[in-house]
Design a protein around this ligand. Structure first.
Ligand SMILES: Nc1nc(=O)c2c([nH]1)NC[C@@H]1CN(c3ccc(C(=O)N[C@@H](CCC(=O)O)C(=O)O)cc3)C=[N+]21
Ligand SMILES: [Mg+2]
Length: 304
């Protein structure tokens, strides 16, 4: 039986550890402050905002939201960032990705003060990551490392395969695993013999954004499988493929009109792996926990 790496439990551990630090900051000066800028409306971003607001409330982190229309220009966004860079009560600035195509994302990331960049996306912080030097780390990959560490899984010396090469997940994930002394392979849409390469992985991280794409032939029996994907499936044939016709799950799909599924086939992953992160209830929750952790750390840094 595979172990489920429960994001809820680990998330709560991390939040509980942050609470005394937040209490200290609040009594010493003020609560940590986080601002999220959301441009347009992307469904994945909406889930993120909702859970982030909930978590800030639970922790007593001051949170603000700036919602801008999807016609926003680069200059307008930069003006908001400039104001936030200068506000002393704000420790973290997060601009939700992806941005509409008329916006110059790189200019936006460069404009955020690196010490308020709680996403770890500023080129300075990316450089610090590559150098294994202290700086805010990208939340999703940092969350994956916390899951591994707190579940007693040490990547040192093992074969790790990361599927996906995005700046947000795949690349920083590979770098963190490398720093943890894994032998890391990064795969992507042009990789030849993808199932074969994945099947060599003792630690398999899927971050591709395709519902249940990694099936049995990609999974090494006994592997640790980390599913970073979050895909909403609304087609009936897809739902049948993913549930393998399970009547109860299909009924739930019919009722809600959609199914939230990762990048790895949930049944194959449960059957073949030694341990895996479920979707939902896995990596996603840790992304929020690490965002809180980065915000608290930034506030502590500013208090010095
Ligand atoms: N600059 C930037 N940084 C991000 O980190 C970022 C972003 N932009 N844009 C959008 C994506 C998406 N994302 C999520 C993280 C956690 C959940 C989450 O809480 N998931 C839970 C709940 C799922 C549910 O409520 O249905 C789970 O997986 O169990 C969702 C979505 C961060 N992103
Ligand atoms: Mg993500």
């Amino acid at each position: 039986m595979a172990r489920i790496l429960d994001g809820k439990v680990i998330n709560q551990q991390i939040l509980d550890e942050l609470k005394p630090r937040i209490a200290h900051l609040t009594s010493a000066r003020r609560a940590p402050g986080l601002v999220v800028i959301l441009v347009g409306n992307d469904p994945a971003s909406e889930i993120y905002v909702r859970n982030k607001v909930k978590t800030c409330l639970e922790l007593g982190v001051h949170s603000e939201e700036i919602r801008l229309p999807d016609t926003t220009t680069t200059a307008e966004l930069l003006a908001h960032i400039e104001t936030l860079n200068q506000r002393p009560a704000i420790d973290g600035i997060l601009v939700q990705m992806p941005l509409p195509k008329q916006v110059d994302s790189r200019a936006v990331l460069l404009a955020i003060r690196p010490d308020k960049d709680v996403d770890g996306f500023h080129p300075f912080n990316v450089g610090q990551l590559v150098a294994n030097a202290p700086a805010p780390r990208s939340c999703t990959p940092a969350g994956v490392m916390e899951i591994l560490r707190r579940s007693g899984i040490d990547p040192a010396g093992s074969d790790a395969v990361v599927v996906g090469r995005s700046d947000i997940v795949g690349k920083p994930m590979a770098m963190l695993l490398l720093h943890a002394h894994a032998t890391v392979t990064i795969c992507h849409s042009k990789t030849q013999n993808l199932p074969e390469v994945c099947k060599r992985a003792q630690i398999l991280v899927a971050a591709i954004g395709r519902p249940a794409m990694l099936t049995a032939e990609y999974i090494r029996p006994g592997a640790v499988v980390i599913d970073v994907g979050m895909n909403r499936v609304s087609s009936r044939p897809e739902a049948e493929r993913i549930t393998r016709g399970d009547a109860e799950k299909l009924a739930r799909f019919e009722k809600r009109g959609s199914l939230l599924v990762g990048d790895v086939h949930p049944l194959d992953m449960a059957e073949l792996s030694e341990a895996y992160t479920p979707v939902p209830g896995g990596v996603g929750l840790l992304t929020i926990a690490m965002l809180m952790s980065n915000t608290v750390q930034s506030a502590e840094h500013r208090l010095k």
